[in-house]
Write a protein that binds this ligand. Structure first.
Ligand code: NAD
Length: 387
Protein backbone atom coordinates (compact mmCIF):
# COMPACT_ATOMS: atom_id res chain seq x y z
CA UNK A 1 0.00 0.00 0.00
CA UNK A 2 1.33 3.42 -0.96
CA UNK A 3 0.53 6.22 1.48
CA UNK A 4 -1.29 9.12 -0.14
CA UNK A 5 -0.93 12.67 1.12
CA UNK A 6 -4.32 14.24 1.14
CA UNK A 7 -4.32 18.02 1.30
CA UNK A 8 -7.82 18.03 2.73
CA UNK A 9 -6.59 16.53 6.00
CA UNK A 10 -5.56 20.00 7.10
CA UNK A 11 -8.26 21.87 8.92
CA UNK A 12 -10.43 18.82 9.22
CA UNK A 13 -10.93 19.07 12.98
CA UNK A 14 -12.44 22.55 12.97
CA UNK A 15 -14.59 21.75 9.98
CA UNK A 16 -15.72 18.56 11.60
CA UNK A 17 -16.87 20.42 14.67
CA UNK A 18 -18.73 23.04 12.61
CA UNK A 19 -20.26 20.43 10.39
CA UNK A 20 -21.37 18.19 13.25
CA UNK A 21 -23.00 21.21 14.79
CA UNK A 22 -24.82 22.27 11.63
CA UNK A 23 -25.81 18.71 10.78
CA UNK A 24 -27.31 17.87 14.14
CA UNK A 25 -30.49 17.19 12.22
CA UNK A 26 -28.97 14.35 10.22
CA UNK A 27 -27.51 12.71 13.29
CA UNK A 28 -30.89 12.82 14.97
CA UNK A 29 -32.25 10.49 12.31
CA UNK A 30 -31.36 7.37 14.20
CA UNK A 31 -32.96 8.22 17.53
CA UNK A 32 -36.01 6.03 17.78
CA UNK A 33 -37.67 8.16 20.45
CA UNK A 34 -38.22 11.01 17.97
CA UNK A 35 -41.72 11.26 16.53
CA UNK A 36 -42.08 10.43 12.86
CA UNK A 37 -43.53 13.80 12.01
CA UNK A 38 -40.63 15.66 13.65
CA UNK A 39 -38.14 13.47 11.77
CA UNK A 40 -40.01 14.15 8.52
CA UNK A 41 -39.66 17.84 9.14
CA UNK A 42 -35.96 17.56 9.95
CA UNK A 43 -35.10 15.27 7.05
CA UNK A 44 -37.34 17.10 4.59
CA UNK A 45 -39.86 14.39 3.73
CA UNK A 46 -42.95 15.24 1.75
CA UNK A 47 -45.16 12.38 2.79
CA UNK A 48 -45.16 9.14 4.72
CA UNK A 49 -47.98 6.67 4.13
CA UNK A 50 -48.92 4.19 6.86
CA UNK A 51 -50.82 1.20 5.55
CA UNK A 52 -52.77 -1.33 7.61
CA UNK A 53 -55.02 -4.22 6.71
CA UNK A 54 -56.37 -6.39 9.50
CA UNK A 55 -57.56 -9.19 7.21
CA UNK A 56 -54.20 -9.89 5.58
CA UNK A 57 -52.01 -8.74 8.50
CA UNK A 58 -50.35 -6.12 6.29
CA UNK A 59 -48.42 -3.36 8.04
CA UNK A 60 -46.45 -1.17 5.64
CA UNK A 61 -44.83 2.25 5.60
CA UNK A 62 -44.09 4.12 2.37
CA UNK A 63 -41.58 6.97 2.69
CA UNK A 64 -41.80 9.65 0.00
CA UNK A 65 -38.88 11.97 0.53
CA UNK A 66 -38.80 14.35 -2.41
CA UNK A 67 -40.60 14.40 -5.76
CA UNK A 68 -39.22 17.62 -7.24
CA UNK A 69 -37.31 15.76 -9.97
CA UNK A 70 -39.88 13.04 -10.59
CA UNK A 71 -41.84 10.22 -8.96
CA UNK A 72 -40.40 8.72 -5.80
CA UNK A 73 -38.81 5.46 -6.94
CA UNK A 74 -37.32 2.93 -4.55
CA UNK A 75 -37.67 -0.70 -3.64
CA UNK A 76 -39.83 -2.47 -1.09
CA UNK A 77 -38.08 -4.39 1.67
CA UNK A 78 -39.52 -6.68 4.30
CA UNK A 79 -37.97 -6.96 7.74
CA UNK A 80 -38.86 -8.11 11.24
CA UNK A 81 -38.32 -4.69 12.81
CA UNK A 82 -37.97 -4.51 16.60
CA UNK A 83 -40.62 -1.74 16.65
CA UNK A 84 -42.91 0.12 14.26
CA UNK A 85 -40.89 3.26 14.92
CA UNK A 86 -37.70 1.49 13.80
CA UNK A 87 -39.50 0.57 10.58
CA UNK A 88 -40.57 4.18 10.07
CA UNK A 89 -37.02 5.42 10.62
CA UNK A 90 -35.72 2.90 8.10
CA UNK A 91 -38.29 4.07 5.54
CA UNK A 92 -37.30 7.70 6.19
CA UNK A 93 -33.55 7.11 5.90
CA UNK A 94 -33.77 4.86 2.87
CA UNK A 95 -36.14 7.13 0.94
CA UNK A 96 -33.88 10.13 1.59
CA UNK A 97 -30.93 8.14 0.26
CA UNK A 98 -32.87 7.38 -2.92
CA UNK A 99 -33.51 11.10 -3.48
CA UNK A 100 -29.77 11.79 -3.37
CA UNK A 101 -28.87 8.78 -5.50
CA UNK A 102 -31.28 9.76 -8.28
CA UNK A 103 -30.39 13.44 -8.15
CA UNK A 104 -26.61 13.04 -8.30
CA UNK A 105 -26.91 10.46 -11.07
CA UNK A 106 -28.84 12.96 -13.20
CA UNK A 107 -32.09 10.97 -13.24
CA UNK A 108 -35.51 12.58 -13.26
CA UNK A 109 -36.65 10.71 -10.22
CA UNK A 110 -37.47 11.49 -6.63
CA UNK A 111 -36.70 9.32 -3.65
CA UNK A 112 -38.99 6.77 -2.04
CA UNK A 113 -38.81 3.46 -0.23
CA UNK A 114 -41.38 1.09 1.27
CA UNK A 115 -40.98 -1.24 4.22
CA UNK A 116 -43.20 -4.18 5.09
CA UNK A 117 -43.20 -5.06 8.78
CA UNK A 118 -43.14 -8.78 9.53
CA UNK A 119 -41.52 -12.11 8.90
CA UNK A 120 -40.63 -12.47 5.23
CA UNK A 121 -40.72 -16.28 5.47
CA UNK A 122 -44.16 -16.64 6.99
CA UNK A 123 -46.21 -13.45 6.55
CA UNK A 124 -46.03 -12.87 2.80
CA UNK A 125 -49.15 -14.33 1.23
CA UNK A 126 -50.81 -13.53 -2.07
CA UNK A 127 -53.57 -11.40 -0.41
CA UNK A 128 -50.97 -9.62 1.77
CA UNK A 129 -48.89 -8.62 -1.26
CA UNK A 130 -51.87 -7.73 -3.46
CA UNK A 131 -53.31 -5.55 -0.70
CA UNK A 132 -49.95 -3.77 -0.56
CA UNK A 133 -50.13 -3.34 -4.36
CA UNK A 134 -53.52 -1.65 -3.93
CA UNK A 135 -52.02 0.86 -1.51
CA UNK A 136 -49.27 1.68 -4.01
CA UNK A 137 -51.86 2.09 -6.77
CA UNK A 138 -53.80 4.53 -4.58
CA UNK A 139 -50.82 6.91 -4.74
CA UNK A 140 -51.36 7.32 -8.50
CA UNK A 141 -47.71 6.92 -9.47
CA UNK A 142 -46.24 9.28 -6.90
CA UNK A 143 -44.40 6.23 -5.53
CA UNK A 144 -42.99 3.54 -7.84
CA UNK A 145 -41.73 0.33 -6.30
CA UNK A 146 -39.13 -2.33 -7.18
CA UNK A 147 -37.53 -5.37 -5.54
CA UNK A 148 -35.38 -4.97 -2.41
CA UNK A 149 -34.26 -7.00 0.61
CA UNK A 150 -36.38 -10.12 1.29
CA UNK A 151 -38.62 -9.60 -1.73
CA UNK A 152 -38.63 -12.18 -4.48
CA UNK A 153 -39.64 -11.90 -8.10
CA UNK A 154 -42.76 -13.93 -7.37
CA UNK A 155 -43.71 -11.39 -4.65
CA UNK A 156 -43.32 -8.54 -7.14
CA UNK A 157 -45.58 -10.38 -9.56
CA UNK A 158 -48.39 -10.32 -6.97
CA UNK A 159 -47.85 -6.62 -6.29
CA UNK A 160 -47.91 -5.95 -10.04
CA UNK A 161 -51.35 -7.59 -10.28
CA UNK A 162 -52.79 -4.62 -8.38
CA UNK A 163 -50.64 -1.71 -9.51
CA UNK A 164 -48.90 -0.57 -12.66
CA UNK A 165 -46.36 1.37 -10.58
CA UNK A 166 -43.79 -1.42 -10.35
CA UNK A 167 -40.49 -1.53 -12.17
CA UNK A 168 -37.49 -3.85 -12.53
CA UNK A 169 -39.57 -6.98 -13.12
CA UNK A 170 -37.76 -10.01 -14.60
CA UNK A 171 -37.19 -10.18 -18.33
CA UNK A 172 -39.75 -12.97 -18.81
CA UNK A 173 -42.38 -10.49 -17.58
CA UNK A 174 -41.10 -7.81 -19.96
CA UNK A 175 -38.91 -6.04 -17.38
CA UNK A 176 -35.22 -5.19 -17.26
CA UNK A 177 -34.34 -8.10 -14.93
CA UNK A 178 -31.47 -8.34 -12.45
CA UNK A 179 -29.80 -4.91 -12.01
CA UNK A 180 -26.70 -6.35 -10.26
CA UNK A 181 -24.44 -6.56 -13.34
CA UNK A 182 -24.90 -2.83 -14.03
CA UNK A 183 -24.41 -1.99 -10.36
CA UNK A 184 -21.15 -3.95 -10.39
CA UNK A 185 -20.03 -2.29 -13.61
CA UNK A 186 -20.64 1.21 -12.20
CA UNK A 187 -18.82 0.29 -8.99
CA UNK A 188 -15.88 -0.96 -11.02
CA UNK A 189 -15.74 2.30 -13.01
CA UNK A 190 -15.97 4.41 -9.85
CA UNK A 191 -13.11 2.44 -8.35
CA UNK A 192 -10.98 3.04 -11.45
CA UNK A 193 -11.75 6.77 -11.36
CA UNK A 194 -10.55 7.11 -7.78
CA UNK A 195 -7.52 4.91 -8.47
CA UNK A 196 -6.55 7.36 -11.20
CA UNK A 197 -6.78 10.21 -8.72
CA UNK A 198 -4.92 8.44 -5.93
CA UNK A 199 -2.28 6.53 -7.88
CA UNK A 200 -2.05 8.52 -11.12
CA UNK A 201 -3.38 5.62 -13.22
CA UNK A 202 -6.82 4.08 -13.45
CA UNK A 203 -5.34 0.63 -13.94
CA UNK A 204 -6.23 -1.79 -11.18
CA UNK A 205 -3.72 -4.36 -12.34
CA UNK A 206 -1.75 -5.65 -9.37
CA UNK A 207 -3.83 -3.69 -6.86
CA UNK A 208 -4.79 -5.60 -3.73
CA UNK A 209 -8.57 -5.35 -3.36
CA UNK A 210 -10.82 -6.82 -0.68
CA UNK A 211 -14.35 -7.50 -1.92
CA UNK A 212 -16.51 -8.06 1.15
CA UNK A 213 -19.57 -10.09 0.11
CA UNK A 214 -19.63 -12.03 -3.13
CA UNK A 215 -23.38 -12.09 -3.66
CA UNK A 216 -24.85 -10.77 -6.89
CA UNK A 217 -22.91 -7.49 -7.10
CA UNK A 218 -19.69 -8.69 -5.42
CA UNK A 219 -19.44 -11.65 -7.77
CA UNK A 220 -19.76 -9.55 -10.97
CA UNK A 221 -17.39 -6.96 -9.54
CA UNK A 222 -14.79 -9.63 -8.78
CA UNK A 223 -15.04 -10.80 -12.40
CA UNK A 224 -14.28 -7.27 -13.69
CA UNK A 225 -11.37 -6.88 -11.29
CA UNK A 226 -9.82 -10.23 -12.06
CA UNK A 227 -10.06 -9.59 -15.81
CA UNK A 228 -7.88 -6.58 -15.15
CA UNK A 229 -5.41 -8.67 -13.15
CA UNK A 230 -6.17 -7.13 -9.80
CA UNK A 231 -5.18 -9.24 -6.79
CA UNK A 232 -8.63 -9.84 -5.32
CA UNK A 233 -9.32 -11.12 -1.80
CA UNK A 234 -12.88 -12.17 -1.03
CA UNK A 235 -14.91 -12.78 2.11
CA UNK A 236 -18.49 -13.91 2.63
CA UNK A 237 -20.52 -15.68 5.30
CA UNK A 238 -21.60 -18.17 2.65
CA UNK A 239 -18.86 -20.77 2.11
CA UNK A 240 -20.46 -22.09 -1.05
CA UNK A 241 -20.41 -18.67 -2.77
CA UNK A 242 -16.79 -18.15 -1.72
CA UNK A 243 -15.77 -21.46 -3.20
CA UNK A 244 -17.61 -20.82 -6.48
CA UNK A 245 -16.37 -17.26 -7.01
CA UNK A 246 -12.82 -18.22 -6.10
CA UNK A 247 -12.92 -21.13 -8.55
CA UNK A 248 -14.40 -19.15 -11.43
CA UNK A 249 -12.29 -15.99 -11.03
CA UNK A 250 -9.09 -16.99 -9.21
CA UNK A 251 -9.83 -14.57 -6.35
CA UNK A 252 -8.24 -15.57 -3.02
CA UNK A 253 -10.50 -16.51 -0.13
CA UNK A 254 -9.52 -14.65 3.05
CA UNK A 255 -8.65 -16.99 5.87
CA UNK A 256 -8.89 -15.30 9.27
CA UNK A 257 -9.19 -11.60 9.95
CA UNK A 258 -9.66 -9.54 6.74
CA UNK A 259 -8.41 -6.44 8.55
CA UNK A 260 -5.02 -8.07 9.01
CA UNK A 261 -4.35 -7.89 5.25
CA UNK A 262 -2.50 -4.89 3.87
CA UNK A 263 -4.73 -3.84 0.96
CA UNK A 264 -5.03 -0.92 -1.45
CA UNK A 265 -8.80 -0.86 -1.87
CA UNK A 266 -11.64 -2.05 0.33
CA UNK A 267 -14.91 -2.75 -1.49
CA UNK A 268 -17.89 -3.30 0.84
CA UNK A 269 -20.49 -5.29 -1.12
CA UNK A 270 -22.39 -6.98 1.71
CA UNK A 271 -24.41 -5.10 4.29
CA UNK A 272 -24.52 -1.49 5.49
CA UNK A 273 -22.76 0.19 8.45
CA UNK A 274 -19.43 -1.60 7.92
CA UNK A 275 -17.64 1.74 8.36
CA UNK A 276 -17.93 2.36 12.08
CA UNK A 277 -15.95 3.12 15.27
CA UNK A 278 -14.60 -0.40 15.42
CA UNK A 279 -13.59 -0.92 11.77
CA UNK A 280 -12.25 2.48 10.72
CA UNK A 281 -9.29 2.35 13.08
CA UNK A 282 -8.38 -1.14 11.81
CA UNK A 283 -8.70 -0.47 8.08
CA UNK A 284 -5.44 -0.55 6.23
CA UNK A 285 -6.23 0.80 2.75
CA UNK A 286 -6.13 3.91 0.54
CA UNK A 287 -9.59 3.80 -1.02
CA UNK A 288 -13.05 2.56 -0.09
CA UNK A 289 -15.23 1.94 -3.12
CA UNK A 290 -18.07 -0.55 -2.85
CA UNK A 291 -21.72 -1.15 -3.68
CA UNK A 292 -23.30 -1.76 -0.26
CA UNK A 293 -25.93 0.80 0.75
CA UNK A 294 -25.46 2.98 3.85
CA UNK A 295 -21.83 2.01 4.47
CA UNK A 296 -21.17 4.79 6.99
CA UNK A 297 -22.76 3.86 10.31
CA UNK A 298 -23.02 7.55 11.20
CA UNK A 299 -22.69 9.52 8.03
CA UNK A 300 -21.09 12.64 9.45
CA UNK A 301 -18.90 11.25 12.19
CA UNK A 302 -17.55 8.32 10.19
CA UNK A 303 -17.20 10.31 6.96
CA UNK A 304 -14.80 12.60 8.79
CA UNK A 305 -13.11 9.74 10.65
CA UNK A 306 -12.08 8.30 7.28
CA UNK A 307 -10.69 11.66 6.21
CA UNK A 308 -8.62 11.77 9.38
CA UNK A 309 -7.16 8.40 8.46
CA UNK A 310 -6.36 9.66 4.94
CA UNK A 311 -8.66 7.12 3.30
CA UNK A 312 -10.64 8.25 0.25
CA UNK A 313 -14.25 7.11 0.58
CA UNK A 314 -16.53 7.13 -2.46
CA UNK A 315 -20.12 7.68 -1.23
CA UNK A 316 -22.19 4.56 -1.79
CA UNK A 317 -25.13 6.34 -3.35
CA UNK A 318 -22.87 7.78 -6.06
CA UNK A 319 -20.94 4.65 -6.97
CA UNK A 320 -23.76 2.07 -6.73
CA UNK A 321 -26.30 3.91 -8.91
CA UNK A 322 -26.06 1.40 -11.80
CA UNK A 323 -29.03 -0.58 -10.53
CA UNK A 324 -31.17 2.53 -10.25
CA UNK A 325 -30.23 3.53 -13.80
CA UNK A 326 -31.43 0.10 -14.95
CA UNK A 327 -34.85 0.37 -13.30
CA UNK A 328 -35.21 4.02 -14.31
CA UNK A 329 -34.91 3.10 -18.00
CA UNK A 330 -37.35 0.27 -17.39
CA UNK A 331 -39.79 2.69 -15.76
CA UNK A 332 -39.48 5.01 -18.80
CA UNK A 333 -40.04 1.97 -21.05
CA UNK A 334 -36.75 2.85 -22.73
CA UNK A 335 -34.65 0.00 -21.38
CA UNK A 336 -31.97 -1.61 -23.47
CA UNK A 337 -28.86 -3.19 -22.05
CA UNK A 338 -26.65 -0.91 -24.16
CA UNK A 339 -28.43 2.23 -22.97
CA UNK A 340 -28.18 1.15 -19.35
CA UNK A 341 -24.41 0.51 -19.58
CA UNK A 342 -23.83 3.71 -21.49
CA UNK A 343 -25.62 5.74 -18.78
CA UNK A 344 -23.64 3.88 -16.11
CA UNK A 345 -20.41 5.07 -17.80
CA UNK A 346 -21.10 8.48 -16.25
CA UNK A 347 -20.54 7.05 -12.77
CA UNK A 348 -16.79 7.40 -13.45
CA UNK A 349 -17.00 11.20 -13.72
CA UNK A 350 -19.61 11.49 -10.98
CA UNK A 351 -17.28 9.79 -8.49
CA UNK A 352 -14.36 11.99 -9.52
CA UNK A 353 -16.46 15.17 -9.23
CA UNK A 354 -17.51 14.29 -5.72
CA UNK A 355 -14.02 13.45 -4.50
CA UNK A 356 -12.52 16.55 -6.18
CA UNK A 357 -15.15 18.82 -4.62
CA UNK A 358 -14.49 17.26 -1.21
CA UNK A 359 -10.77 17.80 -1.63
CA UNK A 360 -11.12 21.41 -2.80
CA UNK A 361 -13.55 22.39 -0.07
CA UNK A 362 -11.98 20.26 2.68
CA UNK A 363 -15.25 18.52 3.38
CA UNK A 364 -16.08 14.83 3.46
CA UNK A 365 -17.04 13.15 0.15
CA UNK A 366 -20.41 12.28 1.72
CA UNK A 367 -21.10 15.93 2.42
CA UNK A 368 -19.87 16.93 -1.06
CA UNK A 369 -22.18 14.39 -2.70
CA UNK A 370 -25.19 15.55 -0.70
CA UNK A 371 -24.47 19.16 -1.64
CA UNK A 372 -24.26 18.29 -5.34
CA UNK A 373 -27.50 16.32 -5.18
CA UNK A 374 -29.34 19.09 -3.35
CA UNK A 375 -28.01 21.67 -5.82
CA UNK A 376 -29.45 19.78 -8.77
CA UNK A 377 -32.82 19.38 -7.03
CA UNK A 378 -32.91 23.10 -6.27
CA UNK A 379 -31.84 24.23 -9.73
CA UNK A 380 -33.97 21.84 -11.76
CA UNK A 381 -36.86 22.55 -9.40
CA UNK A 382 -36.61 26.24 -10.31
CA UNK A 383 -36.58 25.44 -14.03
CA UNK A 384 -39.71 23.37 -13.60
CA UNK A 385 -41.50 26.34 -12.03
CA UNK A 386 -41.44 28.27 -15.33
CA UNK A 387 -44.36 27.72 -17.65
P1 NAD B 1 -26.66 -10.26 -2.09
O1 NAD B 1 -27.62 -10.59 -1.01
O2 NAD B 1 -26.74 -11.02 -3.39
O3 NAD B 1 -25.15 -10.41 -1.57
C1 NAD B 1 -24.75 -9.98 -0.33
C2 NAD B 1 -23.68 -10.98 0.13
O4 NAD B 1 -23.06 -10.49 1.31
C3 NAD B 1 -24.24 -12.35 0.45
O5 NAD B 1 -23.51 -13.33 -0.25
C4 NAD B 1 -24.02 -12.48 1.97
O6 NAD B 1 -23.76 -13.81 2.37
C5 NAD B 1 -22.82 -11.61 2.16
N1 NAD B 1 -22.61 -11.11 3.51
C6 NAD B 1 -23.52 -10.73 4.44
N2 NAD B 1 -22.90 -10.31 5.56
C7 NAD B 1 -21.56 -10.43 5.33
C8 NAD B 1 -20.41 -10.17 6.10
N3 NAD B 1 -20.51 -9.68 7.34
N4 NAD B 1 -19.21 -10.41 5.55
C9 NAD B 1 -19.10 -10.89 4.30
N5 NAD B 1 -20.16 -11.16 3.52
C10 NAD B 1 -21.39 -10.95 4.04
O7 NAD B 1 -26.83 -8.69 -2.34
P2 NAD B 1 -26.36 -7.85 -3.61
O8 NAD B 1 -27.52 -7.67 -4.51
O9 NAD B 1 -25.09 -8.39 -4.12
O10 NAD B 1 -26.11 -6.42 -2.93
C11 NAD B 1 -24.94 -6.19 -2.16
C12 NAD B 1 -25.03 -4.81 -1.53
O11 NAD B 1 -25.13 -3.83 -2.56
C13 NAD B 1 -26.24 -4.59 -0.63
O12 NAD B 1 -25.89 -3.72 0.41
C14 NAD B 1 -27.24 -3.91 -1.55
O13 NAD B 1 -28.16 -3.11 -0.81
C15 NAD B 1 -26.30 -3.04 -2.37
N6 NAD B 1 -26.85 -2.68 -3.68
C16 NAD B 1 -27.19 -3.66 -4.56
C17 NAD B 1 -27.68 -3.30 -5.81
C18 NAD B 1 -28.05 -4.35 -6.82
O14 NAD B 1 -28.22 -4.00 -8.01
N7 NAD B 1 -28.15 -5.61 -6.45
C19 NAD B 1 -27.83 -1.94 -6.15
C20 NAD B 1 -27.44 -0.96 -5.24
C21 NAD B 1 -26.96 -1.35 -3.99
Amino acid sequence: MRPITLPWKQGVKLLQFLYNYSMEITQKETKSEDSVISLMREMGHEQVVFCNDNDTGLKAIIGIHNTVLGPALGGTRMWGYASDNDAAIDALRLSRGMTYKAAITGLNLGGGKAVLIGNAKTDKTEPFLRRFGKFIESLNGKYVTAEDVNMKTSDMEYIAMETQHVTGLPSYLGGSGDPSPVTAYGTYLGMKAIAKKAYGSESLSGKKIWVQGVGQVGMYLTEHLRKENAEVYISDLDEEKLKNVSKSTGAKVIEGDPFAIDIDIYSPCALGATLNDETISKLNCDIIAGAANNQLKEEIKHGYALMERGIVYVPDFVINAGGLINVYLDYLKEYTKERSYSMADKIYDNCLNVVNKAENEKISPQEAAIELAEKRIREVGNVKLSF
